[in-house]
Design a protein around this ligand. Structure first.
Ligand code: P6P
Length: 341
């Protein structure tokens, strides 16, 4: 119950948001519902992962070299099947597919593009740690009578129409933005509805937590080491923070979004471009965090300003409470320039 008085379903909330735009056709609203359906289906299977033959590795790796899990592939197909038959989408692209997937011949191609990570953190599935789905929605840029493809996917983050994630945690939550704030919905499995539980999420300017895999310490540059040490021990006006790192981006991001915190996956000698993907991990979360009052950079540049050159392009990521991200950028920008001389 929200405010102890009424239940607001995601359907009602999306409709009320749509009414703010008289020119809205309802296609984006319906696309968001399609993603809700995918979220419910994936959630059902994630919740039963230990009871059905859907655990474990699928025996292949994706284009980024990540070992694909059976649930990865199930989630990948579920999202695509939920959006590609509706005439609202022209092309999808996923972490699990090497190339963009246009809607099948004979199917109406709509004006939206869906980029997604179907099940981020999937190595945590077998040990029952929270995992998530991340999605990014753009408008088609190629001509309607052509075939949609890569050009429709390689769009700068600040042009996103909507973005969000589903967190399969202690409860299943869907959090999204269309540029009008960030709103969180919790799935009530007894009625199969996402109910508004976190209206207008705002993230504190200074975080309680810092989230980073410190086993990479010796693989980082000295400026990165200084930033992490500052969050650990304090530096100047930066107070020491609690360390929290689950190793599942959506779970770490969501905790920090609600409580305040900073997540870092910097470049390292083993990940010279960073580990996380720009188009369907960093950019959608950067849109969400910006709408909640936070920030996201690659250490120096705003994530939302980075023009992608390839579909599975990786980027270093520093994301969360705006003052903490700004502190990191001051050090990483200055010392990066010094280092470059
Ligand atoms: P590491 C999961 O594999 C993932 O893509 C993100 O969900 C997570 O934040 C990161 O990688 C964890 O990487 O190198 O710390 O195990």
């Amino acid at each position: 119950m929200v405010n102890g008085s009424e239940v607001i379903t995601i359907e009602r909330f999306i409709m009320e948001q749509e009414r703010l735009y008289p020119e809205a056709t309802g296609e984006l609203s319906n696309l968001l519902y399609d993603l809700c359906l995918a979220a419910k289906i994936i959630s059902r299977h994630v919740r039963r992962a230990g009871l059905s033959d859907i655990l474990g590795a699928a025996g292949a790796v994706n284009v980024s070299g990540d070992l694909q899990q059976k649930l990865d592939l199930f989630a990948n197909e579920t999202v695509r099947n939920s959006v590609q038959h509706t005439g609202r989408v022209c092309v999808t692209a996923s972490e699990e597919d090497p190339e963009p997937v246009p809607v099948p011949p004979g199917k109406a191609a709509g004006k939206y593009v869906v980029l997604y990570d179907p099940l981020d953190g999937s190595m945590n599935i077998d040990v029952n740690v929270s995992i998530g789905t991340i999605f990014s929605i753009h408008k088609r840029v190629t001509k309607k009578n052509g075939t949609a493809g890569l050009a429709d996917c390689l769009q700068v983050g600040k042009k996103q129409i909507a973005a969000g994630y589903i967190l399969y945690g202690s409860s299943t939550m869907l959090v999204y933005t269309t540029g009008q704030g960030v709103h969180g919905f919790t799935l009530d499995p007894t009625i199969g509805e996402f109910l508004l539980s976190h209206p207008d999420i705002r993230t504190p300017p200074v975080g309680r937590y810092y989230s980073v895999n410190e086993s990479n310490w010796n693989r980082w540059t000295p400026p990165v080491q200084r930033v992490v040490a500052a969050f650990k021990n304090g530096e100047g006006t930066v107070q020491p923070k609690n360390a929290r790192y689950i190793g599942s981006l959506v779970a770490d991001f969501h905790r920090n979004l609600i409580s305040g915190g900073i997540f870092l996956y910097p470049a390292a000698t083993n990940y010279p471009q960073g580990k996380l993907r720009l188009l369907y991990e960093a950019a959608p979360l950067a849109f969400v965090v910006a709408q909640a009052g936070g920030r996201a950079t690659d250490g120096c540049r705003p994530i939302l300003d980075i023009v992608p050159a390839s579909l599975h392009q990786k980027t270093p990521l520093v994301i969360g409470s705006k003052d903490d991200v700004a502190f990191a950028a001051r050090i990483l920008s200055t010392e990066a320039v010094v280092g470059a001389k």
